[in-house]
Design a binder for this molecule. Structure first.
Ligand code: WTA
Length: 637
């Protein structure tokens, strides 16, 4: 593979950027020529942000897996597409070449077909980080089924909500997953979810942990048996389904400021082009290099920069099943050393957590293969940035700080490794095709440099969210109605004297806990389901490792005399309703919540108290009962 669209200098970036904004159709039309199409598009872009209605490459026909697999077979067939490192370092790693991956994807695509999956059907994938997860994703795309991957940390209830929302009739899962010292009983969680989802027709189960599981006749089948059936049918290839550029590729649920997660929809062509383009440019990928993105495929980062972006670029993508701290805090560095990793892309929370173990875990680890480092998911603090730079990159590796979202599909603001300047804690400059703009609360543009504001984007890029599944109005009100004719990110940002962007964090009621997005309303709903809870208010507070922690104020009338046990019970309810990732870090029992006379909870005050800032709480005279603030301040955890 060669990448004629790879930007090679800062000057070139400036030139390309200018062209991309002045003539987006010409710009993206040229880039799209580097992909495999069954039929060329008629029109590059048609859009308005009022409905919203965004269509890229209309009339074009393609299949993303032909771009990720078929087109590489001739030249890269024997090159590794996926390298997989298991949870347990004593187990064997696996290397899957492009030819092998192609064969496995075709085989599993046939398994899906044999089990009744058709184009447009929704398939929910709930698996651990094993190559079969990527294979299942690609097999769906091959036959035009819409995948919806759910992260292994979500509960049965969360899965059921998502299955119902997506009306997904098919599930691909594993008996269990290994994560550090834990076995996660995936199939058993699915079984619990399915009590509320009788419409699910088939569950395909891959064997990973050999955990005993129940298999219901007529509904549950083993992955391995189904593969044998396909093998006995002779021809194992599977023609790729011809897809319209704007056909749905996948749904990925993410949290917003309302109680219910939204199914973010991405479509085939625009998503493919943008993830490939950003992968090649941000990391400055060179053919043959090994790219290690430590995210889980259950999140957008894994979709875009473990599976689709790298594979479409013919890269080698390293997938890791485990966690950075098991069996010890040197695990990432062992992996970098073992496979001679060139690009490491991880989250600030992982860096901060590893920083806490000091330098011992780095001893004897050869990290000289590293060329580029990256971060994603939350703002990176300067201390973590410098530790990453000094101790991992040895001051020789550019660090790319990539800002983006589930809804944007790919990186929106980032430096290009070694090409455009880096600045600690700054995502720096927009990608070509991306035009950021700041507005104030009233939607008035904030111009110039050395300013801050609510971050919006002015015109569509190819992988912008198309809709929220089953509820287009929700997409409009969430992203396109706050400020007319702009996409609103929900983030606040600063622009320095040189026009470099620094993302400061969410300005809505969304928390970012260890790089995971969690809505405060979602956590409140879960807490309120606990028996004896009258009301609750959840805010974020600064947490050394997680970035943000979850702080819950709870009015509780349960009859426990043991507050500590009551806190654990509430936490268990949250884990049951949402999943362990949403467990509150702190729960404070209170008699009342600070509310305005119209009944609105004053979160600003609660946030300050959670941050330990008990003075300067601002004006509390508009409160219905200013006395509750004193009570909360004096309360203990
Ligand atoms: C935050 C993850 C600062 C931001 C790809 C955004 C970041 C949310 C960065 C999206 C970054 C992501 N610097 N903040 N480099 N990257 N964020 O949907 O608040 O899981 O809105 O997508 O993470 O999280 P999501």
């Amino acid at each position: 593979m060669s990448y004629p669209y790879q930007i090679k200098s800062y000057d070139e970036y400036k030139e390309v950027y200018k062209k991309s904004i002045q003539d987006p159709e010409g710009f993206w039309g040229d880039i799209a020529k580097n992909f495999a199409w069954r039929k060329k598009w008629d029109k590059v872009l048609e859009w308005n942000f009022s409905e919203p209605n965004v269509k890229w490459f209309q009339g074009g026909k393609l299949n993303i897996t032909e771009n990720c697999l078929d087109r590489h077979l001739e030249k890269l067939g024997d090159k590794p597409a996926i390298i997989w490192e298991p949870n347990n370092p004593e187990d064997h790693s696996r290397t899957i070449t492009y030819k092998q991956l192609y064969n496995k994807v075709c085989q599993f695509a046939n398994v899906l077909k044999n089990n009744g999956v058709k184009k447009g059907d929704r398939v929910c994938i709930y698996m651990g980080m094993i190559p079969e997860l990527a294979i299942a994703v690609l097999a769906c795309a091959r036959i035009g089924a819409i995948h919806s991957v759910i992260f292994g940390g979500f509960s049965a209830q969360s899965i059921a909500d998502r299955l119902q929302d997506a009306k997904a009739e098919f599930i691909v899962t594993c008996d269990g997953a290994f994560r550090g010292a834990k076995d996660i009983p995936l199939k058993s969680v699915i079984d619990d979810a399915l009590i509320a989802c009788p419409f699910v027709k088939k569950v395909i189960v891959y064997t990973r942990t050999r955990t005993p599981i129940s298999m219901i006749k007529g509904r549950d089948v083993w992955w391995e048996d189904e593969i044998l059936k396909v093998e006995s049918q002779g021809d194992q290839t599977c023609d790729a389904e011809e897809m319209d550029a704007e056909d749905m590729l996948f749904i990925l649920y993410t949290s917003g400021s309302t109680g219910k997660p939204k199914g973010v929809v991405h479509t085939c062509a625009g998503y493919m082009i943008y993830t490939t383009y950003t992968f090649v440019n941000v990391f400055q990928y060179k053919p043959g290099e090994i790219h290690f993105c430590t995210a889980d495929i259950g999140w957008i980062t894994g979709h875009s920069y473990i599976v689709y972006g790298p594979l479409s670029a013919g890269a080698t993508s390293l997938m890791f099943e485990g966690i950075p701290t098991w069996p010890d805090a040197g695990r990432f560095w062992d992996i970098v050393d073992k496979f001679r990793v060139n690009i490491l892309y991880t989250a600030p929370t992982a860096i901060r957590s590893l920083m806490g173990f000091g330098l011992d875990p780095l001893k004897g680890k050869n990290l000289s293969s590293l060329r580029v480092l990256g971060t994603v998911g939350e703002p990176i603090n300067e201390e973590a940035w410098h530790w990453y730079d000094e101790h991992i990159g040895k001051k020789k590796c550019p660090i790319v700080d990539t800002w983006w979202q589930t809804e944007t599909g790919g990186t929106m603001i980032s430096n290009l490794a070694g090409i455009t300047p880096a600045k600690p804690s700054f995502a720096t400059l927009p990608m070509p095709g991306v035009e950021p703009i700041f507005v104030d609360e009233n939607g008035k543009e904030i111009e110039g440099n050395s300013v801050g504001g609510n971050l919006c984007i002015k015109q569509p890029w190819p992988s912008i969210i198309r809709t929220t599944y089953g509820d287009h109005e929700r997409c409009r009100t969430n992203y396109f109605a706050t400020y007319p004719n702009l996409y609103f990110t929900g983030d606040g940002a600063l622009r320095d004297e040189n026009g470099f962007y620094r993302i400061t964090g969410r300005v809505d009621d969304v928390l970012n806990v260890s790089g995971h997005r969690i809505g405060t309303a979602e956590v409140e709903n879960a807490i309120n389901m606990h028996s004896g809870v009258v009301e609750s208010a959840v805010v974020g507070y600064p947490h050394d490792i997680k970035g943000q922690g979850i702080y819950a104020y709870v009015i509780y009338t349960g009859h426990h005399s043991d507050d500590d046990l009551a806190r654990k019970d509430i936490s268990a309810t949250v884990a049951r309703i949402i999943g362990p990732i949403a467990r509150p870090d702190k729960i404070q029992f209170v008699k009342g919540l600070p509310k305005t006379r119209s009944g609105k909870i004053m979160r600003r005050i609660l946030r300050k108290i959670a941050e330990g800032e008990l003075k300067n709480l601002g004006d509390t005279t508009t409160l219905l009962d200013p006395g509750v603030v004193e009570e909360i301040k004096g309360g203990k955890l």
